[in-house]
Design a protein around this ligand. Sequence first.
Ligand SMILES: C[SH](C)CC(=O)O
Length: 270
Amino acid sequence: NPNAKVGPQVNYTITGIDSGAGIMSSTTKAINTYGLKKEKWQLQASSTAAMLSSLDKALKYKQPIVITGWTPHWMFQKYPIKFLKDPKNAYGKGEHIQTIIHKGFEKKDPGATKLLKQFHWNDELMSEVMFKIDKGENAEKASKEFIAKHPELVKQWLNGVPEGHGQPVKLVLVSWDSELSSSNVVAQLLRMKGYKPTLSAMEAQPMWTSLSTGSADASTAGWLPTTMAPMYKKYKNNVEIIGTSIDKAKVGLAVPKYMKNVNSIEDLKK
Ligand SMILES: C[SH](C)CC(=O)O
């Protein structure tokens, strides 16, 4: 019944992703900021895959659901869902995806750092890789195909980057499709210049810890200034933001479009 109260229809539950993700701390903040706590709204942690399969099922049976959503991601192309307005900016005014290195890395490897600084693209270009990954294609293969298709971009990205002579570059990421895309393209670009990149996928918290201790060199998974603010604040003395790979990203809550009366986070209280 589209006019009934939203809360009871979804058991006052927001379907989230892995508990360490920044979107989860932003959602906890939103539950407080919008007074949803009073009505016992809760955030269910699971994984990106589990959230997407719950979304898929809800849409199949035209059921109501509230999920943690973000772009760039293929969910907004694949599914008829919409972001809820966030008038109190609990999720920030608009995010970027930034490239982070361990504080000492630029000194150790200025060449690889120059490549990382020059890596910049947009939602549309990332989606060429992300959609193939969603269809089950190997991320490295999809990255090689992207690079073969965009020689002009590759020329910009590699402009002035010195040969790597087998220098190792330890990249870390969280396995969101956006980061699988950017990390594999960056790894391929590094290989083209003779560096030896490794990719380690992990939860958001250990990703930041490894960048701060130097057990990792770099990551293209810095969802900032709001989403990963708690982690950046904790480790900012040992890490450095050296660039932005995606200028326009968006993080928030999303619902199926058939939930016609739910267009703002405020509407969850109706
Ligand atoms: C899943 S992306 C919004 C990044 C994050 O939540 O930390």
